[in-house]
Design a protein around this ligand. Structure first.
Ligand code: ADP
Length: 625
């Protein structure tokens, strides 16, 4: 059988992986051991539903055999094994999911990033190996197979001899390079340390023959070496250990071992609950969002264990959508092992656990915000959007839970602030929480609509994400202060005397405004004298529930409903341009031309494309000549 080629993207990834300067090559062993442990879990799980299988705990173990002469390290397990097809799909493509997409090479330079992000655990072996051979026999097949690869040039699969079900991986350790020794991975003592460091809690014994020495005879001074098989790991899962025994490093190792994410976790939580429902959980908040986080492919969920045995990889019911970024595991003695997915959904215990954990996650996030602002901001950059979706979704059912975790960029502080901070700083005469929506901070900063509010000395929150305004509309208010857009019809700023003056101006120029409105037709609902402009001649605002930003968002959606904001063209009556308008008020043609120009300018400022760019430039030319 000829050599099979890796899929193109796998090949590229493999090259990157092999050549990446990998600071912690030793984790390859963690990856292989983890796979072995999973394979035995699968066997155990299978035995629960398959009457023909029995599971004797002592039959399940991992064995490591280093061989200095051959420069090989064997990792043997008695797990479920792989069929030929499984070998092909599991080891022939590095990343199995269709959503697999590279960001760019710089982001992939760090090997650890690759491992976590794409789940290429097994391939980590190529960081230390010239050649990897996998001999495996599946519980579902009478024939064993051998998979072999020297790296990027593909792999072969051939029939092999193997008596028992399970998998044997032979890692041919690289020759030492200058200043770069691979002997570590052949050294009994150093291997023991690596296992202790990364795989101590694996529930199956990791055995290795260890050389020891003893006196030749009783009371003899002379010692002889002998070899004895030893179990290297303690086998106590980390979540069953006492928090006080564990360091941050232990949690980080666990996170990486489990491949919950790339990089290090931003925060870890260890929960032991011994109440009516008993459970242990280790939860993590990742530092970065997974590359597919905000895509429909992303699946939330935690690993679910029943008394130490993994029963589900991604139990979605344990996490609300707004905390879908949380990674980790839950172990409960109170859950039945053979519980089906359908039953789990209705399981009362599970509901209690989920509710309890959700509370704890929220508390942890609040503490992070209070005690380590910088870290919280890192978190918020990655997952703030999800929290805002959480406020909006389910008709705002979770807004109370989430509102104090939100942050927005402040016009005054020039950084992210919480709503509580905003409200607390509000001057006495300010009745609303003001916000401005736009594409970016820079753009919002230049929006004419912000002038008056900013001039009043009021702080403005900048909404740069599409979801922001929708979330805030769902909240309506925070601590009894309503939200108000700087583009909304009524800013709630004016005092009565000013109102009267405005009325007068409006009245005075009524004919002009009416002519302008008539010229624009149903492009706008009205043309008015502005109460919010200072230095800019013109702006667009919206009346009613739909803001200009929301119109943009809604109309960008796939089955867009052509929802229109009720646009108001506001004119700054104190601007020279307005004087020019006034002086031509009898000239219908000029008024039409100026109105078009002003309207299109207002659109551009809002980031809305003008209807007819050619006409617009022609209009400008007309004014110039
Ligand atoms: P991951 O473990 O994240 O799925 P890997 O590349 O490490 O990614 O492994 C790919 C797949 O190959 C595993 O999901 C598993 O199905 C299979 N596999 C790997 N090692 C073993 C093993 N020792 N026994 C049985 N199956 C294995």
């Amino acid at each position: 059988m000829g050599k099979q080629q890796f899929k193109a993207e796998s090949k590229r990834l493999l090259e990157l992986m092999i050549n990446s300067i990998y600071s912690q090559r030793e984790v390859f062993l963690r990856e292989l051991i983890s796979n072995a442990s999973d394979a035995m879990d699968k066997m155990y799980y299978r035995s629960l539903t398959d009457e023909n299988l029995t599971f004797n705990q002592e039959d399940y173990y991992i064995k490591l055999i280093p061989n200095k002469e051959d420069r090989t390290l064997q990792v043997i397990d008695t797990g479920i094994g792989m069929t030929k097809e499984e070998l092909e799909t599991n080891l022939g493509t590095i990343a199995k999911s269709g959503s697999f997409a590279f960001k760019n090479d710089t982001e992939l330079k760090d090997g650890r990033d690759i491992i976590g992000q794409f789940g290429v655990g097994f391939y980590a072996a190529f960081m230390v190996a010239d050649k990897v051979t996998v001999i495996t026999k599946s519980v579902d097949s009478d024939q064993a197979y051998q998979w072999e690869s020297t790296g990027t040039d593909g792999y072969t699969i051939t029939p092999a001899d193997k008596e028992s079900v399970g998998t044997e991986i032979i890692v041919k350790i690289k020759e030492n390079e200058e200043e770069d020794s691979f002997d570590t991975f052949l050294d009994e003592h150093q291997l023991q340390q690596i296992i202790k460091k990364y795989s101590d809690f694996i529930r199956y014994p990791i055995k290795m023959d260890v050389t020891k020495s003893k006196p030749k005879e009783e009371d003899s001074e002379e010692y002889v070496d002998y070899v004895e098989e030893e179990t290297i790991n303690s086998m106590i899962p980390i979540w069953k250990k006492n928090k006080s025994e564990l360091t941050e490093d232990d949690y980080t190792n666990f996170y990486q071992e489990k491949r919950y994410g790339f990089d290090k976790p931003l925060k870890s939580m260890h929960i032991n609950v011994d109440g009516t429902v008993r459970y242990n959980a280790i939860l993590f908040i990742p530092e970065n969002a997974p590359f597919d986080y905000y895509s429909p492919e992303f699946e939330k969920g935690l690993e679910l264990y029943s008394n130490g045995v993994l029963i589900m990889n991604k139990c979605a019911d344990l996490l609300p959508d707004y905390f879908s970024f949380v990674k980790g595991m839950v172990d409960s003695e109170d859950l039945s092992l053979n519980i089906s997915r359908e039953m789990l959904q209705h399981d009362r215990q599970l509901k209690v656990i989920a509710k309890n954990m959700t509370k704890k996650i929220k508390t942890q996030l609040q503490h992070l915000l209070r005690d380590d602002r910088e870290k919280y901001e890192t978190f918020y950059q990655a997952f703030g959007r999800q929290l805002k979706f959480g406020v909006y979704n389910d008709f705002g059912a979770n807004k109370e839970t989430l509102q104090d975790l939100l942050m927005f960029y402040s016009s005054k502080e020039k950084k992210l602030v919480t709503l509580a901070e905003y409200v607390q700083r509000m001057p006495e005469d300010q009745s609303y929480i003001y916000y401005a929506a736009g594409e970016s901070i820079d753009r919002i900063e230049k929006l004419p609509q912000t002038e008056m509010v900013a001039d009043k000395g009021y702080e403005i929150l900048y909404f740069t994400e599409e979801v922001d305004e929708f979330a805030i509309k769902m909240m309506r208010e925070y601590k009894e202060k309503e939200f108000k857009s700087v583009s909304s019809g009524d800013l709630g700023l004016e005092d009565d005397t000013k109102d009267e003056a405005d009325e007068e101006i409006q009245e005075e120029n009524k004919a002009l405004f009416t002519a302008m409105k008539e010229h624009l037709g149903d492009k706008v609902k009205d043309v008015r004298a502005s109460k919010r402009l200072k230095s800019h001649p013109v702006c667009l605002t919206a009346e009613g529930e739909i803001s200009l930003e929301m119109e943009k968002v809604i109309n960008a959606m796939p089955n867009n409903q052509q929802i229109k904001a009720e646009k108001i063209l506001e004119i700054n009556v104190n601007h020279d341009v307005f004087q020019a308008l006034k002086s031509h008020k009898e000239d219908k043609e000029k008024i039409g031309l100026y109105t078009n120009l002003l309207y299109n300018q207002a659109l551009l400022i809002e980031g809305i494309p003008v209807n007819d760019p050619v006409e617009f430039t022609n209009d400008i030319c007309k004014v110039m000549v």
